[in-house]
Design a protein around this ligand. Structure first.
Ligand code: GLC
Length: 653
């Protein structure tokens, strides 16, 4: 039934687009197959979201038309890649992928210079690069690139489409994946759609949530939290020209798109496919938790937001099945996992999601020197789907939110409010004796809440240690940085390094002199790379050398270790020692050895009782090797000593 609708729709559209029937059929063979396989789901989802509208059929037709056009414009070599990836559909779960996120301007000045930096990625072992937003944004109202005023035009200060093409080609030749953002939740108020809305165009006013008076906004406000309470309190902004209120959940210049209008969905799928056709292997979908707004709710994680993502995925399956989605959903642990898709074994929304839970838990363990909350928080996480993987990271361009589950905090023996206050004080330097030099982000005086900004090196104590010149403190801070990286490498998922961390880049305080950045402390950790410092990675004895060499080695060993691929092949180990965090990684094919990953978060040496692992069938032979150092660890009477802030990747041989 539905396939018949799609066929006749498709034929009508094709007749208009391409008169040569023979060419058409040959060219579209794969498109037809995929549309056949996915149309039932697409139609079903589109109907659930928009079925009540009089123009439903017309909109459905427009969607199919968009897909076929995009397929026809997809370059031949990318179509071949799609076919290869369909055959090897778990390709991204391999341990071979290691990523880095960067601002092209901060990393290399612009996109043109970036292409020349490709050997640097290869030197370190990076083969997935997330180039942070590159699209046109108003100066001073950019939100670091997340307030887009043109979804198809690259910001001229950053480069051109041609530059991006050069990068995509260069990456393609070297088997490096390109990740680009699509900011799906909102546009800048200077986007053409917003401008037309301001000029009174009803069609474009329907692209946003726009209201004549406070009646409906007030209803929404009753249950909506504030995202940027310090700089943009409230979720609505008054537009003087229109004499209307606009929903602006993030900054007051970021207008939320109204996905209850199918035209918005179709526009945005067109944008997503545009960038996939430019050679993006992976699209990072920004702020996906916010896609659907409903009065009486927090307007986050709504059921319809998931339906929209499923629909986006199904549409991409038809046009570009080789492309993947990353969900950027920094929400409660039990909610994040749903962005892989619900009610299915195979991920039906985003194949990859930021593991914000793990990231925040790691920072708790660094501050407390124990792993109680880390272990508890991970135990509470529901298992994830197959063909889905985490993006594991320590730092990124955003703040660190302390979004732990209150029940987990209590189970770890803390009071939730007091514990969060401790962490905020600890990382923003007001806790006596703290090694961290972070700063608060979006302190909310109404709730006492705050998030944390700061570079990895500064939060882990390297900035203070280097300033004081204390060699031992420097060594400890470096060990902490490596301890954190060992976990994102070994946990299961794609490790995502943040640019500059590979050489220990400190906070950049210059944002305080820039009027446009002053109100947003996240700029403290969005560095401009000093390439002279980067050169120090070649000089033994420097901080840069020590960090870079260690990370390079870790990456190389991860790539060789099949047990580190992500096939839900991890299980947490109860070590009976709150300072140790341990898990076992199995080879999913059972073709090579398991690896025990154990990390000591304490400033004191700890021991792991290997007897506790006997029931795992591990360590009983006493012949263990540390894959990272290549050394046999010393084991004393069945106990493995672990130095402060050290880790092991142990395998039997
Ligand atoms: C995402 C981005 C963040 C931005 C927000 C609003 O969370 O990572 O930097 O401020 O979306 O677009």
């Amino acid at each position: 039934m539905y396939e018949q609708i799609s066929h006749s729709l498709l034929n009508e559209i094709l007749d208009e687009l391409q008169p040569n029937a023979y060419e058409r059929r040959r060219d579209l063979q794969h498109f037809y197959t995929r549309l056949g396989a996915n149309f039932y789901a697409i139609h079903n989802l589109f109907e659930r979201l928009y079925g009540q509208r009089d123009d439903f059929e017309l909109q459905m037709q427009r969607l199919v038309e968009t897909l076929v056009r995009k397929y026809m414009h997809r370059p031949r070599e990318l179509k071949d890649l799609d076919i290869a990836r369909e055959k090897d559909h778990n390709w991204f779960l391999s341990q071979k992928w290691v990523g880095m996120a960067l601002y092209s301007a901060g990393f290399a000045g612009n996109l043109r210079n970036m292409a020349a930096k490709t050997p640097y990625f290869q030197e370190l072992g990076i083969n997935l690069v997330h180039i942070m937003p590159i699209l046109k944004c108003p100066v001073g109202k950019s939100d670091g690139g997340y307030a887009v005023s043109n979804f198809r035009e690259i910001d001229e200060r950053i480069g051109t489409l041609e530059d991006l093409q050069t990068i995509a080609d260069e990456f393609g030749k070297r088997d490096i994946l390109l990740v680009l953002d699509v900011v799906v939740n909102h546009t800048s108020d200077e986007h053409e759609w917003a401008q037309k809305a301001i000029a009174g165009d009803k069609k474009y006013q329907d692209y946003y949530y726009i209201f004549d008076n406070r009646e409906i906004p007030d209803m929404y406000e009753q249950s909506m939290p504030e995202i940027f309470p310090e700089s943009s309190p409230g979720n609505f902004t008054w537009n003087e020209t229109m004499q209307k209120w606009v929903m602006t959940v993030f900054h007051n210049y970021q207008w939320d798109l109204n996905y209850s209008n199918p035209a918005v969905f179709i526009e945005m799928i067109d944008v997503i496919l545009f960038w996939i056709n430019q050679g993006a292997d992976i699209i990072r979908l920004d702020a996906v938790a916010f896609l659907w707004k409903k009065i009486g709710t927090t307007c986050q994680n709504e059921r319809e937001a998931h339906l929209l993502l499923q629909l986006m995925k199904d549409c991409c399956q038809v046009v570009a099945p080789g492309a993947l989605f990353i969900a950027e959903a920094i929400v409660a642990p039990v909610e994040i996992i749903k962005y892989f898709g619900e009610d299915a074994i195979i991920a039906k929304e985003c194949e990859i999601a930021y593991n914000a839970t793990f990231m925040a838990l790691l920072w708790d363990a660094i501050a407390t020197q124990n792993c109680k909350l880390l272990t508890q928080g991970l135990k509470s996480l529901p298992g994830k789907l197959e063909r889905a993987t985490w993006l594991n990271y320590v730092r990124c361009h955003d703040d660190i939110g302390l979004g732990y589950d209150d029940n987990d905090i209590r189970a770890a023996g803390y009071d939730p409010f007091a514990h969060r206050q401790f962490l905020i004080d600890f990382y923003t330097g007001s806790y006596p004796g703290s090694f961290a030099s972070g700063v608060p982000f979006m302190r909310n005086d109404k709730t006492g809440d705050a998030r944390i900004s700061g570079s990895l090196a500064s939060l882990a104590g390297l900035e203070k240690a280097a300033q004081s010149g204390n060699e031992q403190e420097i060594r400890i801070a470096i060990d902490k940085i490596l301890l954190l990286h060992n976990l994102i490498m070994a946990f299961g998922g794609i490790p995502l390094l943040y640019y500059g961390d590979e050489i220990g880049t400190f906070n950049d305080y210059s944002y305080r002199d820039d009027h446009d950045k002053l109100g947003d402390s996240r700029w403290i950790h969005r560095p401009t790379i000093d390439w002279q410092r980067v050169e120090l990675r070649k000089r033994q004895g420097t901080i840069e050398y020590t960090l870079f060499a260690a990370l390079k080695k870790m990456i190389a060993i991860r790539k060789e270790t099949t047990a580190f691929a992500d096939f839900n092949n991890r299980h947490l180990i109860d070590t009976n020692n709150e300072h140790l965090f341990a898990f076992m990684r199995f080879d999913h094919n059972r073709s090579s050895k398991s690896v025990l990953v154990v990390s000591n978060f304490s400033a004191e040496p700890q021991t792991l009782d290997l007897q506790t692992l006997a029931h795992e069938g591990f360590g009983t032979s006493g012949q263990l090797i540390d894959l990272y150092s290549g050394q046999q660890p010393v084991i004393e009477e069945g106990r493995l000593p672990i130095q402060p802030f050290h880790f092991y990747w142990l395998s039997e041989y």
